[in-house]
Design a protein around this ligand. Structure first.
Ligand SMILES: Cc1cc2nc3c(=O)[nH]c(=O)nc-3n(C[C@H](O)[C@H](O)[C@H](O)COP(=O)(O)O)c2cc1C
Length: 320
């Protein structure tokens, strides 16, 4: 049996069960293009403010810009007002968007202070209202992304997942950490197991998947239906291919360099010269991980602000 077989979320049939996690500042179109090329079945945008999406701010628009060829594509919304979700989703009608995901996991203070992100998990009534409102507004597959709970004393992922299911969500992703943990410690997959036992919609497990073995272990331990990968796919889109094909050994240094430069070029087209350099500085450590001389290179490249000089340094490192 193929452990990574196709799954269905609502009416959307995915080619396998691997999903690229939403990551603010990282999951823009260039990243999603590479992830999809390497076999992931669905890529989700970084979180977009439901209210910001309505205002149509240029910056917000970027988050859910997509290429018609890169499908299926999910947009993740965050916010605490049901009506904002409704308006945002209505404004997406002509966009190449195939799924709406609701963020109930973001631990960032600024977001939680407004009652959004993981703060939603402390407000089950509002969760019901938001999911209901979204469900009434769209026929697109609707998913929620949750954590184990707010903190150790208030673990409620099962309750929230059930509320999401009862009010029309088509799948739930579970990150096995509390909000209090942010990204520290280890993700506790037993919360994924608990949610899987409690709901009938597909459950996507998330947290600390770095290898094919991790993915197989999560599937067998938790019985979840799909796997969502975040940090391990940054600068490493090959992770999807490695998981799907046990014989794939991974890219050589030349291919890593070529892909890093392609990523940079796509970012340039997407957000312009200087922002692409800034953005790539955050991603390069992953593309260069484990290559001899990387420390000195990262020190040098961090000082470059102009695209041409930055690109030359990257070329030098990978190809000379
Ligand atoms: C830089 C960064 C940005 C993130 N942004 C988002 C986000 O916008 N929405 C969201 O639901 N989760 C976000 N996450 C959480 C990831 O989607 C994922 O749940 C978490 O990293 C655990 O999975 P991993 O161990 O595979 O990285 C972010 C994580 C990181 C590291």
């Amino acid at each position: 049996m193929n452990p990574f077989e196709s799954i269905k979320i609502g009416n959307l049939a995915l080619r396998n069960n691997l999903i690229a996690a939403p990551m603010a500042g990282l999951s823009s179109l260039p990243y999603r293009i590479l992830a999809m090329e390497m076999g992931c079945a669905l890529a989700i945008s970084e979180m977009v403010s439901a209210e910001g999406a309505i205002k149509g701010r240029k910056k917000t628009k970027r988050f859910f810009d997509n290429d018609d060829k890169i499908r299926p594509f999910g947009v993740q919304l965050f916010g605490a007002k049901p009506e904002a979700y409704v308006e945002a989703i209505e404004s997406f009608v002509d966009e190449p968007i195939d799924l709406i995901d609701i963020n109930m996991g973001c631990p960032v203070k600024k977001v939680c202070k407004k009652g959004a992100g993981s703060a939603l998990m402390r407000n089950p009534k509002l969760v019901a209202e938001i999911v209901t409102a979204c469900r009434k507004t769209t026929k697109l597959p609707l998913t929620v992304k949750i954590r184990a709970g707010w903190d150790n004393t208030s673990i409620n992922c099962v309750e929230i997942a059930k509320i999401a299911e009862e009010n029309g969500a088509d799948a739930v992703s579970v990150h096995g950490r509390t909000r209090q943990q942010e990204f520290r410690g280890k993700a506790n997959w037993s919360y994924i197991t608990r949610v899987k036992k409690a709901v009938s919609i597909p459950v996507i497990g998330n947290g600390d998947i770095k290898t094919r073995d991790d993915a197989l272990r999560m599937l067998s331990e938790t019985k979840c239906d799909g796997i969502m990968i975040g940090r391990a796919a940054v600068g490493n889109p090959w992770i999807f291919k490695k998981i799907l094909d046990e014989n794939f050994e991974g890219p050589d240094i030349k291919e890593r360099g070529e892909t890093a430069l392609r990523h940079l070029e796509m970012l340039r087209k997407f957000i312009g010269d200087s922002r692409s350099v800034m953005s790539m500085k955050a991603i390069l450590p992953w593309y260069t991980k484990g290559i001899p001389g990387v420390r000195a290179f990262m020190g040098e490249v961090q000082r470059k602000t102009r695209l041409r000089e930055f690109r030359e340094k990257v070329e030098e490192f990978f190809f000379e």
